[in-house]
Design a protein around this ligand. Sequence first.
Ligand SMILES: Cc1cc2nc3c(=O)[nH]c(=O)nc-3n(C[C@H](O)[C@H](O)[C@H](O)COP(=O)(O)O)c2cc1C
Length: 212
Amino acid sequence: MHKVIDLKVLYFGTPVVLIGSRNEDGSSNLMPMSSAWWLNQSCVLGLGDSSQTAANLRREGECVLNLPSSAQVDAVDALALLTANPHIPEYRQRQGYRHERRKFEAAGLTEVPGELVRAPRAAECPVQLECRVASTTALTGNRCTAFEVTVVRAHVEESLLVPGSDHYVDPVGWDPLIMKFCEFFGDGQRLSPSRLAEGWQMPGRLPAPAAV
Ligand SMILES: Cc1cc2nc3c(=O)[nH]c(=O)nc-3n(C[C@H](O)[C@H](O)[C@H](O)COP(=O)(O)O)c2cc1C
C-alpha cells in the first residue's frame, strides 16, 4: 500500500562529486555535491546560488568533476559544512557552516592542475573529469541553477579500466561514494556518520556504524 505524503527531501541516491574550481583570487575551491547526472559527454550539475562554486563556474566557465570512491568518505565529510563564500546566510550558520578557503588541506586531498582547464583536480579521486560550462538554467523557485558542462578530458585510475580497454570503466571495480538522504553509502552499505545529515537534522533511523 502506498501513502500520500509531503516529502521534505528527494535525495534518493546519487554519486558524490567534488567540484574543483577557481575562486576570484586564484585560489582553489573544492565543493562536495551530489545533484549530478551524465548523458554522453555532458553533465548537469544542480548548484545552490549562494555557493562559491556557482559563482566560480559563472565567472571562469570551467571546473573539474572529481569523483571520490567510497574509500574517500572522510575527505568528503570533512568538507561538508565548509564554504569558500565569506557571506554565509543565517540559516546556514545555524546548520553549522563556516567559511574556509583551504578546502584541499581541510579534506587532506592533494591538488593537481587541470591540463585543459585552470580548475584543480584532486589526485586521490579515481576519476577526474575536466569540463567547460556549456549553459546555465535557473531552477524554478529555490535559488538553484542547473549548470550544463561538457567533459573535455577524462582522467581515470588505470586499475578501474575494463582489462584491455582504454574506453570503459569496469562497473564492478568502480565503487562510487553515494549520497542518499544526506547519508553516505558505498557498495550498498551505510558508511560513517554524515555532518550534512547532522546539520540538516535528518531523522535517520539507523544507528551509526561501530568504529573500527
Ligand atoms: C554529500 C554532499 C552533497 C551535497 N550536494 C549538493 C548539491 O547537489 N548541490 C549544492 O548546491 N550543494 C550541495 N551540497 C552542499 C555544498 O557542499 C555546500 O553548500 C558547500 O558549502 C559549497 O561550497 P562552496 O560555497 O565553497 O562552493 C552537498 C554537500 C555534501 C556534503
